[in-house]
Design a protein around this ligand. Structure first.
Ligand SMILES: Cc1ncc(COP(=O)(O)O)c(C=O)c1O
Length: 389
């Protein structure tokens, strides 16, 4: 019913037709080369037609759209008073961290992790501590609960969790989450859970919001429709905060730069409500299409000295290039200049200080949310260039 096949960028279209050989396929930024659901576009046009664009906040119907979606799609019932409308996920994660910690406090992260989320943990004098995820022999990752406990024992105040995980595509299981729950309760550590990728999960995997585990009602959940419906340019998100005092402090942090920074704008609200009310069928088709793209990508990498584990969620593929004997910085140059793919070097997910990185990281991250013909074109170039090495 929905179109994911049309290549929206004329330069990319020319490239797949063999008329634009130098074209660099963008596989870095985690958004999608698809149009958002037409229902969202129609709602935005209808709102624009009203012709007045004054201060407009969330209505009760807008809050209800978030709560209904969360209950039906993510298994999280949100009491109305716990729900805070925010202008985006990263901003909210940072506001929560500022509200929960002071300068000199330790903040735990579990890399590999989205670079801006790594940076969050070191802002305004916070001290980032790492419970690096453990890499298993098959190339997949798991949370290292021993490391987590060590970080908690050494006095960390907050864990900034990311599940589904960007970049590895891991969706934490109930047992992994139960491990976090037990440790955070035992050591009195507050968890702030970035669940921005929560709607993009492939069966049989299932996203479980941490705050739905017994005894974890005080964990903060942060999410948005921006990954789900390709609305990253609409600045909007939600936080679920059971503790009224913390909720007030987070609200104050969000509003510190004035009301327009503290809440979503009117077009973002319009887009979010339309997506949550009318976007379910589009999302179902998107997930099927993305699974097809994942299968295509794994097939096209097969036989090369590159290794990728099928992601459980997200639109991302985390590819191990260790067998090539180059680090990701060198591989990134090769990708851009020879293969004509712009993908993210793996060390972006180990450190926020990407300029001076010298470590052993040997992955790169590619987003797969694009028309299949373009994906085949890009990975065909990759196959050819790597085979010729
Ligand atoms: C894990 C994670 N958190 C946050 C963000 C950014 O969210 P926002 O644009 O709502 O600040 C992204 C975007 O890639 C992400 O992957």
């Amino acid at each position: 019913m929905y179109d994911f096949d049309t290549i929206l960028n004329p330069d990319a279209q020319a490239a797949v037709e063999g008329r634009n050989p130098g074209y660099i396929v963008r596989m870095g930024v985690a958004d999608m080369d698809f149009r958002s659901p037409p229902e969202v576009t129609e709602a935005l046009i209808a709102r624009a037609r009203k012709g007045w664009y004054g201060y407009q906040g969330m209505t009760e119907d807008d809050y209800d759209a978030v709560r209904t979606w969360s209950a039906e799609h993510n298994g999280q019932e949100i009491p109305r008073e716990h729900l805070l409308a925010t202008p985006g996920v990263l901003y909210t994660m940072r506001a929560c961290m500022y509200a929960l910690t002071e300068q000199g406090d330790r903040v735990v992260i579990a890399p590999p992790l989205h670079t801006p989320s790594i940076r969050t943990a070191e802002l305004k004098g916070r001290i980032p501590v790492r419970a690096q995820m453990r890499r298993l022999p098959d190339g997949s990752y798991t949370l290292d609960l021993d490391m987590l406990e060590k970080c908690f024992r050494e006095g960390a105040r907050v864990l900034l969790l990311c599940s589904p995980n960007n970049p590895t595509g891991r969706v934490l299981t109930y047992d992994e989450l139960a491990g976090i729950a037990e440790l955070s309760t035992r050591y009195g550590v507050r968890v702030v859970s970035d669940e921005i990728h929560r709607d993009i999960v492939y069966p049989p995997h299932r996203h479980i919001p941490l705050a739905t585990l017994p005894g974890m009602e005080e964990a903060v959940t942060v999410f948005s429709p921006s990954k789900t419906f390709n609305m990253g340019g609409c600045h909007i998100g939600s936080a679920v905060i059971a503790d009224a005092e913390l909720r007030e402090r987070v609200r104050e942090e969000l509003y510190a730069y004035g009301h327009s920074c503290g809440r979503p704008d009117l077009f973002a609200i319009t887009a979010q409500t339309a997506a949550y009310r009318k976007g379910a069928a589009w999302l179902r088709e998107l997930l099927t299409y993305l699974e097809g793209n994942i299968g295509t990508a794994l097939e096209m990498l097969d036989g090369l000295p590159l290794r990728a584990v099928r992601p459980e969620g997200t639109m991302l593929l985390w590819v191990d290039c260790e067998a090539l004997g180059v680090d990701t910085a060198a591989f990134w140059e090769f990708m851009k200049n020879r293969v004509h793919i712009q993908a993210d070097p793996g060390h972006y997910y180990d450190t926020a200080d990407i300029g001076s990185y010298t470590g052993p990281q040997h992955h790169f991250r590619m987003k797969l949310a694009m028309p299949r013909r373009l994906l085949r074109y890009a990975l065909g170039n990759l196959r050819e260039a790597v085979s010729a090495l």
